[in-house]
Design a protein. Structure first.
Length: 393
Protein backbone atom coordinates (compact mmCIF):
# COMPACT_ATOMS: atom_id res chain seq x y z
CA UNK A 1 0.00 0.00 0.00
CA UNK A 2 1.25 3.50 -0.86
CA UNK A 3 2.04 5.83 2.07
CA UNK A 4 -0.91 7.91 3.24
CA UNK A 5 -1.57 11.15 5.09
CA UNK A 6 -4.75 11.11 7.14
CA UNK A 7 -6.25 14.56 7.69
CA UNK A 8 -7.85 15.40 11.03
CA UNK A 9 -11.63 15.63 11.06
CA UNK A 10 -12.79 19.09 9.99
CA UNK A 11 -9.37 20.07 8.63
CA UNK A 12 -10.01 18.76 5.12
CA UNK A 13 -12.26 21.67 4.08
CA UNK A 14 -9.50 23.62 2.35
CA UNK A 15 -8.53 20.54 0.35
CA UNK A 16 -12.10 20.09 -0.81
CA UNK A 17 -11.85 23.70 -2.04
CA UNK A 18 -8.66 22.64 -3.87
CA UNK A 19 -6.16 24.60 -1.86
CA UNK A 20 -2.84 22.74 -2.35
CA UNK A 21 -1.22 23.16 1.09
CA UNK A 22 -1.51 20.79 4.05
CA UNK A 23 -0.08 22.18 7.28
CA UNK A 24 1.41 19.87 9.88
CA UNK A 25 -1.35 20.73 12.37
CA UNK A 26 -3.96 19.30 10.00
CA UNK A 27 -2.32 15.86 9.79
CA UNK A 28 -3.81 13.27 12.13
CA UNK A 29 -1.31 10.54 11.27
CA UNK A 30 1.02 9.21 8.60
CA UNK A 31 0.57 5.64 7.39
CA UNK A 32 3.71 4.01 6.08
CA UNK A 33 7.18 5.51 6.12
CA UNK A 34 7.37 8.02 3.23
CA UNK A 35 10.70 9.63 2.38
CA UNK A 36 10.97 13.45 2.14
CA UNK A 37 9.40 14.45 -1.16
CA UNK A 38 7.78 11.09 -1.82
CA UNK A 39 4.23 11.04 -3.17
CA UNK A 40 1.52 10.13 -0.65
CA UNK A 41 -2.22 9.65 -0.91
CA UNK A 42 -4.19 12.10 1.19
CA UNK A 43 -7.37 10.92 2.86
CA UNK A 44 -9.94 12.28 5.26
CA UNK A 45 -10.60 10.56 8.60
CA UNK A 46 -13.69 8.93 7.06
CA UNK A 47 -11.56 7.38 4.30
CA UNK A 48 -12.46 9.79 1.48
CA UNK A 49 -9.61 10.18 -1.01
CA UNK A 50 -8.67 13.88 -1.22
CA UNK A 51 -5.58 14.09 -3.37
CA UNK A 52 -2.05 13.01 -4.11
CA UNK A 53 0.72 15.10 -2.52
CA UNK A 54 4.45 15.48 -1.94
CA UNK A 55 5.43 14.73 1.65
CA UNK A 56 7.72 17.20 3.43
CA UNK A 57 8.26 16.28 7.09
CA UNK A 58 10.77 19.09 7.75
CA UNK A 59 8.39 21.86 6.72
CA UNK A 60 5.46 23.50 8.46
CA UNK A 61 3.65 22.82 5.18
CA UNK A 62 3.86 19.06 5.55
CA UNK A 63 2.48 18.22 2.11
CA UNK A 64 1.66 19.95 -1.16
CA UNK A 65 -0.94 18.58 -3.54
CA UNK A 66 0.20 17.43 -6.97
CA UNK A 67 -3.25 16.38 -8.17
CA UNK A 68 -6.89 16.18 -7.09
CA UNK A 69 -7.56 13.58 -9.81
CA UNK A 70 -7.64 10.04 -8.40
CA UNK A 71 -6.64 8.58 -11.78
CA UNK A 72 -3.54 10.74 -12.22
CA UNK A 73 -0.19 9.21 -11.32
CA UNK A 74 2.83 11.33 -10.36
CA UNK A 75 5.40 10.00 -12.80
CA UNK A 76 7.55 11.19 -15.70
CA UNK A 77 4.51 11.67 -17.92
CA UNK A 78 2.84 13.83 -15.28
CA UNK A 79 5.69 16.34 -15.38
CA UNK A 80 5.98 16.24 -19.14
CA UNK A 81 2.27 16.87 -19.50
CA UNK A 82 2.08 19.54 -16.79
CA UNK A 83 5.05 21.58 -18.02
CA UNK A 84 3.79 21.39 -21.61
CA UNK A 85 0.32 22.55 -20.54
CA UNK A 86 1.73 25.44 -18.48
CA UNK A 87 3.84 26.59 -21.43
CA UNK A 88 0.86 26.38 -23.79
CA UNK A 89 -1.17 28.59 -21.46
CA UNK A 90 1.43 31.32 -22.02
CA UNK A 91 0.65 31.34 -25.74
CA UNK A 92 0.25 34.94 -26.87
CA UNK A 93 2.48 36.37 -24.15
CA UNK A 94 5.66 35.84 -26.18
CA UNK A 95 4.98 38.97 -28.23
CA UNK A 96 6.36 41.20 -25.47
CA UNK A 97 9.86 39.75 -25.73
CA UNK A 98 12.17 36.75 -25.54
CA UNK A 99 11.96 36.00 -21.80
CA UNK A 100 9.02 34.34 -20.08
CA UNK A 101 8.08 32.40 -16.96
CA UNK A 102 6.84 29.00 -18.11
CA UNK A 103 5.95 27.42 -14.74
CA UNK A 104 4.82 29.34 -11.66
CA UNK A 105 4.80 26.69 -8.96
CA UNK A 106 1.42 25.99 -7.26
CA UNK A 107 -0.47 28.23 -9.66
CA UNK A 108 0.49 25.85 -12.48
CA UNK A 109 -0.14 22.73 -10.43
CA UNK A 110 3.57 22.10 -9.86
CA UNK A 111 4.35 23.10 -6.25
CA UNK A 112 7.95 24.10 -5.73
CA UNK A 113 8.91 24.31 -9.42
CA UNK A 114 9.86 27.63 -11.01
CA UNK A 115 10.84 27.62 -14.68
CA UNK A 116 11.92 30.68 -16.65
CA UNK A 117 13.08 30.82 -20.26
CA UNK A 118 15.58 33.45 -21.37
CA UNK A 119 16.12 33.45 -25.13
CA UNK A 120 16.90 29.76 -25.41
CA UNK A 121 18.22 29.28 -21.86
CA UNK A 122 16.00 27.47 -19.34
CA UNK A 123 16.52 28.33 -15.67
CA UNK A 124 14.67 26.27 -13.07
CA UNK A 125 14.39 26.28 -9.30
CA UNK A 126 13.33 23.41 -7.03
CA UNK A 127 12.00 24.96 -3.83
CA UNK A 128 10.36 22.05 -2.04
CA UNK A 129 11.10 18.48 -1.02
CA UNK A 130 8.57 17.22 -3.56
CA UNK A 131 10.11 19.09 -6.46
CA UNK A 132 13.56 17.93 -5.36
CA UNK A 133 12.42 14.30 -5.15
CA UNK A 134 11.16 14.52 -8.74
CA UNK A 135 14.21 16.37 -10.10
CA UNK A 136 15.10 13.73 -12.70
CA UNK A 137 11.55 13.70 -14.09
CA UNK A 138 11.61 17.50 -14.35
CA UNK A 139 14.97 17.57 -16.14
CA UNK A 140 13.93 14.77 -18.50
CA UNK A 141 10.76 16.68 -19.38
CA UNK A 142 12.73 19.84 -20.12
CA UNK A 143 15.20 17.97 -22.33
CA UNK A 144 12.30 16.47 -24.29
CA UNK A 145 10.23 19.65 -24.60
CA UNK A 146 13.15 22.02 -25.32
CA UNK A 147 15.90 19.89 -26.91
CA UNK A 148 17.81 22.90 -28.27
CA UNK A 149 17.83 24.91 -25.03
CA UNK A 150 20.61 25.10 -22.48
CA UNK A 151 19.46 24.30 -18.92
CA UNK A 152 20.66 25.86 -15.66
CA UNK A 153 19.53 24.98 -12.15
CA UNK A 154 19.29 27.88 -9.67
CA UNK A 155 18.10 26.08 -6.55
CA UNK A 156 20.28 28.43 -4.48
CA UNK A 157 17.48 29.90 -2.39
CA UNK A 158 17.16 30.12 1.39
CA UNK A 159 13.62 28.74 1.42
CA UNK A 160 15.02 25.26 0.67
CA UNK A 161 16.34 25.14 4.24
CA UNK A 162 12.75 25.05 5.50
CA UNK A 163 12.33 21.84 3.48
CA UNK A 164 15.50 20.29 4.88
CA UNK A 165 17.35 20.87 1.61
CA UNK A 166 20.73 22.38 0.81
CA UNK A 167 21.18 25.02 -1.86
CA UNK A 168 22.40 23.98 -5.29
CA UNK A 169 23.35 25.68 -8.56
CA UNK A 170 24.78 24.13 -11.69
CA UNK A 171 24.64 23.66 -15.44
CA UNK A 172 22.41 20.73 -16.34
CA UNK A 173 22.74 20.83 -20.13
CA UNK A 174 24.44 22.85 -22.82
CA UNK A 175 26.48 26.04 -22.56
CA UNK A 176 25.30 28.92 -20.39
CA UNK A 177 26.53 32.33 -21.59
CA UNK A 178 28.01 34.71 -19.03
CA UNK A 179 25.18 37.10 -19.91
CA UNK A 180 22.03 36.18 -21.82
CA UNK A 181 20.61 38.92 -24.10
CA UNK A 182 16.82 39.26 -24.00
CA UNK A 183 14.29 41.59 -25.58
CA UNK A 184 11.42 43.09 -23.59
CA UNK A 185 8.94 45.66 -24.88
CA UNK A 186 11.40 46.91 -27.48
CA UNK A 187 14.38 47.18 -25.12
CA UNK A 188 17.39 44.91 -24.80
CA UNK A 189 18.70 43.63 -21.47
CA UNK A 190 21.66 41.47 -20.49
CA UNK A 191 20.70 38.89 -17.87
CA UNK A 192 23.08 37.25 -15.42
CA UNK A 193 21.30 33.91 -15.07
CA UNK A 194 24.10 32.35 -13.02
CA UNK A 195 24.52 34.97 -10.31
CA UNK A 196 21.65 37.44 -10.64
CA UNK A 197 18.64 37.85 -8.36
CA UNK A 198 15.98 35.13 -8.58
CA UNK A 199 16.64 33.41 -11.93
CA UNK A 200 18.46 36.48 -13.26
CA UNK A 201 15.75 39.06 -13.97
CA UNK A 202 12.49 40.33 -12.48
CA UNK A 203 10.16 39.01 -15.16
CA UNK A 204 7.16 39.66 -12.89
CA UNK A 205 7.62 43.44 -13.32
CA UNK A 206 7.38 43.37 -17.14
CA UNK A 207 4.00 45.11 -17.42
CA UNK A 208 4.88 47.63 -14.71
CA UNK A 209 8.08 48.63 -16.50
CA UNK A 210 5.96 49.27 -19.55
CA UNK A 211 3.58 51.41 -17.46
CA UNK A 212 6.48 53.56 -16.23
CA UNK A 213 7.75 54.03 -19.77
CA UNK A 214 4.36 55.24 -20.96
CA UNK A 215 4.36 58.26 -18.60
CA UNK A 216 8.09 59.05 -18.61
CA UNK A 217 8.37 61.52 -21.49
CA UNK A 218 10.47 64.53 -20.40
CA UNK A 219 10.63 63.36 -16.78
CA UNK A 220 13.40 63.48 -14.20
CA UNK A 221 13.18 59.92 -12.84
CA UNK A 222 14.64 58.14 -9.79
CA UNK A 223 14.76 54.33 -9.77
CA UNK A 224 15.44 53.00 -6.25
CA UNK A 225 16.60 49.43 -5.63
CA UNK A 226 17.16 49.42 -9.39
CA UNK A 227 19.09 46.13 -9.70
CA UNK A 228 20.19 46.06 -13.38
CA UNK A 229 18.16 49.12 -14.29
CA UNK A 230 14.92 47.73 -15.68
CA UNK A 231 12.53 50.51 -14.68
CA UNK A 232 15.08 53.20 -15.50
CA UNK A 233 15.77 51.79 -18.95
CA UNK A 234 12.01 51.60 -19.57
CA UNK A 235 11.75 55.28 -18.59
CA UNK A 236 14.56 56.23 -20.98
CA UNK A 237 12.80 54.25 -23.70
CA UNK A 238 9.69 56.29 -22.97
CA UNK A 239 11.57 59.57 -23.40
CA UNK A 240 12.65 60.44 -19.85
CA UNK A 241 15.02 63.41 -19.78
CA UNK A 242 17.28 61.90 -17.13
CA UNK A 243 17.29 58.80 -14.94
CA UNK A 244 19.11 58.15 -11.67
CA UNK A 245 19.66 54.46 -10.95
CA UNK A 246 20.19 53.75 -7.23
CA UNK A 247 21.24 50.39 -5.80
CA UNK A 248 23.46 48.93 -3.07
CA UNK A 249 25.26 46.64 -5.55
CA UNK A 250 28.05 48.08 -7.67
CA UNK A 251 27.97 44.92 -9.79
CA UNK A 252 24.26 45.37 -10.57
CA UNK A 253 24.83 49.02 -11.45
CA UNK A 254 27.66 48.10 -13.81
CA UNK A 255 25.25 45.82 -15.66
CA UNK A 256 22.64 48.58 -15.67
CA UNK A 257 25.19 50.81 -17.42
CA UNK A 258 25.90 48.07 -19.96
CA UNK A 259 22.16 47.82 -20.60
CA UNK A 260 22.04 51.59 -21.16
CA UNK A 261 24.87 51.33 -23.66
CA UNK A 262 23.30 48.33 -25.40
CA UNK A 263 20.14 50.38 -26.06
CA UNK A 264 22.05 53.39 -27.35
CA UNK A 265 21.07 55.86 -24.62
CA UNK A 266 23.74 58.55 -24.08
CA UNK A 267 25.68 58.61 -20.82
CA UNK A 268 24.42 62.06 -19.83
CA UNK A 269 20.83 60.76 -19.59
CA UNK A 270 21.60 58.14 -16.90
CA UNK A 271 23.46 58.33 -13.60
CA UNK A 272 24.23 55.38 -11.33
CA UNK A 273 24.55 55.81 -7.55
CA UNK A 274 25.73 53.02 -5.24
CA UNK A 275 24.65 53.06 -1.61
CA UNK A 276 21.92 52.63 0.98
CA UNK A 277 18.64 53.98 -0.42
CA UNK A 278 17.27 55.01 2.98
CA UNK A 279 20.31 57.13 3.83
CA UNK A 280 20.75 58.59 0.35
CA UNK A 281 17.11 59.62 -0.03
CA UNK A 282 17.21 61.44 3.32
CA UNK A 283 20.35 63.27 2.24
CA UNK A 284 18.81 64.26 -1.09
CA UNK A 285 15.74 65.59 0.71
CA UNK A 286 17.98 67.83 2.80
CA UNK A 287 19.63 69.02 -0.42
CA UNK A 288 16.25 69.91 -1.92
CA UNK A 289 16.33 67.50 -4.87
CA UNK A 290 13.07 66.84 -6.70
CA UNK A 291 11.89 64.20 -9.16
CA UNK A 292 8.91 63.76 -11.48
CA UNK A 293 8.81 59.96 -11.16
CA UNK A 294 10.13 57.72 -8.40
CA UNK A 295 10.05 53.92 -8.48
CA UNK A 296 10.40 51.95 -5.24
CA UNK A 297 10.92 48.24 -5.84
CA UNK A 298 12.67 47.07 -2.66
CA UNK A 299 13.60 43.48 -1.83
CA UNK A 300 11.25 41.37 0.26
CA UNK A 301 11.10 43.01 3.70
CA UNK A 302 8.86 40.31 5.26
CA UNK A 303 9.69 36.62 4.89
CA UNK A 304 7.80 35.48 8.01
CA UNK A 305 4.93 36.69 10.18
CA UNK A 306 7.45 37.53 12.90
CA UNK A 307 9.18 40.01 10.58
CA UNK A 308 5.99 41.72 9.36
CA UNK A 309 6.01 44.61 11.86
CA UNK A 310 9.62 45.42 11.00
CA UNK A 311 8.75 45.23 7.31
CA UNK A 312 5.89 47.70 7.78
CA UNK A 313 8.30 50.20 9.31
CA UNK A 314 10.70 49.72 6.40
CA UNK A 315 8.00 50.25 3.77
CA UNK A 316 6.72 53.34 5.54
CA UNK A 317 10.20 54.82 5.89
CA UNK A 318 11.18 54.41 2.24
CA UNK A 319 7.81 55.70 0.97
CA UNK A 320 8.06 58.71 3.31
CA UNK A 321 11.45 59.50 1.75
CA UNK A 322 9.99 59.23 -1.74
CA UNK A 323 7.00 61.47 -1.05
CA UNK A 324 9.36 64.20 0.19
CA UNK A 325 11.34 64.06 -3.06
CA UNK A 326 8.47 64.19 -5.54
CA UNK A 327 7.43 67.29 -7.42
CA UNK A 328 3.77 68.34 -7.18
CA UNK A 329 2.09 66.39 -9.96
CA UNK A 330 4.76 63.71 -9.80
CA UNK A 331 4.15 59.98 -9.79
CA UNK A 332 5.20 57.33 -7.31
CA UNK A 333 5.35 53.70 -8.41
CA UNK A 334 5.71 51.77 -5.16
CA UNK A 335 5.84 47.99 -4.75
CA UNK A 336 5.96 45.19 -2.21
CA UNK A 337 6.94 41.66 -3.21
CA UNK A 338 6.27 40.31 0.30
CA UNK A 339 3.48 37.77 0.03
CA UNK A 340 2.59 38.32 3.70
CA UNK A 341 1.91 42.01 3.02
CA UNK A 342 -1.81 42.28 2.24
CA UNK A 343 -3.02 44.87 -0.26
CA UNK A 344 -5.06 46.84 2.27
CA UNK A 345 -2.20 47.00 4.75
CA UNK A 346 0.23 48.11 2.05
CA UNK A 347 -2.09 50.93 0.98
CA UNK A 348 -2.46 52.03 4.62
CA UNK A 349 1.32 52.12 5.07
CA UNK A 350 1.78 54.23 1.94
CA UNK A 351 -1.08 56.54 2.99
CA UNK A 352 0.51 57.03 6.43
CA UNK A 353 3.83 57.84 4.76
CA UNK A 354 2.17 60.49 2.59
CA UNK A 355 0.46 61.98 5.64
CA UNK A 356 3.74 62.23 7.55
CA UNK A 357 5.35 63.85 4.51
CA UNK A 358 2.55 66.41 4.30
CA UNK A 359 1.53 65.26 0.83
CA UNK A 360 -1.74 64.18 -0.73
CA UNK A 361 -1.99 61.43 -3.31
CA UNK A 362 -4.47 59.54 -5.45
CA UNK A 363 -4.15 55.96 -6.66
CA UNK A 364 -4.24 55.93 -10.44
CA UNK A 365 -3.64 52.20 -10.89
CA UNK A 366 -3.16 49.09 -8.80
CA UNK A 367 -0.27 47.06 -10.14
CA UNK A 368 0.52 43.35 -9.93
CA UNK A 369 2.68 40.61 -11.39
CA UNK A 370 2.76 39.92 -15.12
CA UNK A 371 0.40 37.41 -16.72
CA UNK A 372 3.06 34.71 -16.96
CA UNK A 373 2.99 34.68 -13.14
CA UNK A 374 -0.67 33.60 -12.82
CA UNK A 375 -2.66 33.12 -9.63
CA UNK A 376 -4.78 29.98 -9.34
CA UNK A 377 -8.22 30.82 -7.97
CA UNK A 378 -8.05 28.47 -4.95
CA UNK A 379 -4.52 29.70 -4.11
CA UNK A 380 -4.52 33.42 -3.23
CA UNK A 381 -0.99 33.04 -1.84
CA UNK A 382 0.16 33.01 -5.46
CA UNK A 383 -0.54 36.75 -5.61
CA UNK A 384 2.57 38.19 -3.98
CA UNK A 385 3.50 41.31 -5.98
CA UNK A 386 1.44 44.40 -5.26
CA UNK A 387 2.01 47.96 -6.37
CA UNK A 388 0.42 51.38 -6.57
CA UNK A 389 0.79 54.11 -9.15
CA UNK A 390 0.12 57.31 -7.21
CA UNK A 391 -0.33 60.87 -8.45
CA UNK A 392 1.18 63.12 -5.80
CA UNK A 393 -0.16 66.61 -5.09
Amino acid sequence: MDPQLIISKGREKSLRRRHPWIFSGAVARVIGNPKPGQTVDVRAENGDWLGRAAFSPASQIQARIWTFDTDERIDEQFFLRSIRNAARQRHGLEGSGTALRLVHSESDGLPGLILDRYNGVLVFQLLTAGAEFCRKAVVDALRQLYPDDAILERSDVEVRAKEGLQERIGVVHGRIPELVPILENGLEYLVDVRGGHKTGFYLDQRDNRLAVGRVAAGAEMLNCFCYTGGFGLAALGGGAARVTQLDASAQALALADRNREKNGFPTERMTTVCGDAFQILRAWHREGRRYDIIVLDPPKFADSKASLNRACRGYKDINLCAFRLLQPGGRLFTFSCSGLMEDGLFQKIVADAALDAGRNGRILHRLSQAADHPVALPFPEGSYLKGLEILVE
